[in-house]
Design a binder for this molecule. Structure first.
Ligand SMILES: Cc1cc2nc3c(=O)[nH]c(=O)nc-3n(C[C@H](O)[C@H](O)[C@H](O)COP(=O)(O)OP(=O)(O)OC[C@H]3O[C@@H](n4cnc5c(N)ncnc54)[C@H](O)[C@@H]3O)c2cc1C
Ligand SMILES: NC(=O)c1ccc[n+]([C@@H]2O[C@H](COP(=O)([O-])OP(=O)(O)OC[C@H]3O[C@@H](n4cnc5c(N)ncnc54)[C@H](O)[C@@H]3O)[C@@H](O)[C@H]2O)c1
Length: 447
């Protein structure tokens, strides 16, 4: 009789868990995966994918307006939220099914229940059943954080935002990070009056200063309002909607409050500490470079470890775990030069060090930039400038960071990130002939 019921039990069917389960099974392991909500996890069900589809849907507002300058007779258009919402949710259902099929095809047993850890080699399911496994992988992701404010129950988070009955006319978004700026763009493009309220005076901490200043300036010009250094006092229901009060500013009346104030590792009530797993002050599973926790049989990947909360990182960690533990091909995730983007209007993207990080690390650096109005914006009479910035080592000219804001910047940066990751210098860009006319050609013409 086998010593354990499974070689691997994965808790959480999101980006990291699904990849780890599928690849471990392909390496020959007997694998089960428990998921308490829907297979696919945050990215597929209530994150990257539905968000990006809403970004596309929202951007038609600008495209339709610009089209008139390109000769199209665009009649007055009406936007129908239920149509976009339901089409997006149908696509999410399709992907949920596709992920489920992939796991089934790889002989991963899917258990649609909440699971908790009951020992170094045992898992308890919500139904009461207890199973054993040689290894347990914690891939439970993160959960929206909500400050302790009276009336916070009247607010929603990104978990609920994809299911709204109707489009709100006035929206207040708490936070100044990824989700706040992406949803400010979505709601604004779809016609809502949007206010971002942040507790500091900085948006998108971690991105290059000039790039985030440009987003702030463009967003404000478009009509998105920003209220900085504000702390919430209360959220109350009124006859017309919600009244939000602050410690030092005037109250704001809105129809919807969205909290986008960070995501906390999803470890509450998971039984980890009882099993001997060390968690940090934020509740994240503390892991080594192989994603192994303080208990030899328990590993963790993805947002629950609070390393880098991005889908491609969770997927890589899941793949490295499976190859290392079951595939006899050990390797470790390299966290150097991870590209990232914010899908605002326009989007921004970056890889490597910001100008201030590079100056702190190397002292003097060389900064090359291009501040230009994309050709399409000129004809459209859209007074929105793009900004590309390359940060280079003062002596070797090696590229330390590349940052951009403008149309399609996420698409352009993904390709350029290969060069930055490969350690190329500015000359390699200068030596490359421009592809004309494009926005990306600015990258090889930087001064
Ligand atoms: C609105 C939003 C937009 C985002 N956009 C992007 C983007 O554009 N690009 C990007 O790279 N990243 C984006 N992210 C981040 C990305 O979604 C996460 O980094 C990624 O999903 C993390 O994967 P994971 O496997 O660690 O966890 P998750 O994908 O969160 O999966 C964890 C799963 O575990 C399940 N679970 C939790 N506890 C239990 C339990 N006890 N038993 C059973 N199941 C359990 C959950 O239901 C969930 O399905 C976004 C996130 C949000 C919220
Ligand atoms: N495009 C993408 O890749 C993408 C998109 C969405 C989310 N994500 C991931 O999900 C994570 C969570 O996103 P997020 O936007 O919630 O977090 P975030 O960490 O990007 O931003 C949190 C923001 O909330 C502010 N804040 C915290 N407490 C507050 C309070 N009480 N009142 C007002 N403001 C407060 C912070 O100052 C910060 O600006 C991100 O860190 C990111 O890794 C990625």
């Amino acid at each position: 009789m086998a010593e354990f019921d499974y070689d691997l039990f994965v808790i959480g069917g999101g980006s990291g868990g699904v990849r780890a389960a599928r690849v471990s099974a392909a390496h020959g392991a007997k694998v089960a995966l428990a998921e308490e909500h829907k297979v696919g996890g945050t990215c597929v069900i209530r994150g990257c994918v539905p968000k990006k589809l809403l970004v596309y849907g929202a951007h038609f507002a600008e495209d339709l307006a610009d089209a008139r300058r390109f000769g199209w007779d665009v009649p007055d258009c009406r936007f129908d939220w239920p149509t976009l919402r339901d089409n997006v949710l149908a696509e999410v259902d399709r992907l949920n099914q596709a992920y489920t099929t992939t796991l089934n095809n790889n002989d991963v047993e899917i258990i649609l229940e909440r699971a908790t850890v009951s020992g170094p080699n045992s898992v308890r399911l919500a139904s009461g059943r207890e199973v054993t496994a040689r290894y347990i992988l914690i891939a439970t992701g993160a959960w929206p954080a909500r400050p302790d404010v009276p009336g916070v129950e009247h607010a929603i988070t990104s978990n609920e935002v994809f299911h709204l009955e109707k489009l709100p006319k006035r929206v207040l978004i708490a936070g100044g990070g990824y989700i706040a700026n992406e949803f400010a763009g979505i709601f604004h493009e779809l016609g809502a009056d949007v206010t971002i309220v942040n507790r500091t005076d900085v948006i998108l901490r971690g991105y290059d200063e000039s790039i985030r200043d440009r987003l702030l300036q463009i967003s404000m010009t478009k009509g998105i309002k920003f209220q900085f250094n504000s702390r919430f006092s209360s959220i109350e229901k009124t006859d017309e909607g919600l009244r939000v009060t602050f410690d030092s500013c005037e109250p704001i009346d809105v129809d919807l409050v969205l909290f986008a104030t960070g995501r906390e590792p999803h470890t509450k009530g998971l039984g980890l500490e009882e099993a001997g797993v060390t968690l940090d002050a934020k509740g994240a599973v503390v892991v080594d470079e192989d994603s192994k926790s303080s208990v030899d049989s328990i590993y963790a990947v993805g947002d629950v470890t609070n390393r880098v909360q991005l889908t491609p990182v969770a997927i890589r960690e899941g793949q490295a775990f499976a190859d290392t533990v079951f595939g006899n091909k050990p390797w470790r995730v390299d966290y150097h030069c991870i590209p990232s983007a914010v899908f605002s209007h326009p989007p921004l993207a970056g890889v490597g060090l910001t100008e201030s990080q590079a100056k702190q690390k190397y002292g003097a650096v060389r900064v090359y930039s291009s501040d230009f109005r994309p050709m399409k914006n000129v004809l459209a009479n859209r007074n929105e400038r793009a900004l590309y910035k390359m940060i280079c080592h003062a002596e070797t000219d090696q590229i330390l960071g590349l940052h951009m804001i403008g149309p399609d910047s996420a698409e352009i940066l993904q390709a350029a990130a290969v060069a930055v990751k490969a350690g190329l210098n500015k000359k390699a860009f200068d030596d490359t002939v421009a592809l004309h006319p494009s926005m990306a050609e600015e990258l090889v013409l930087l001064r």
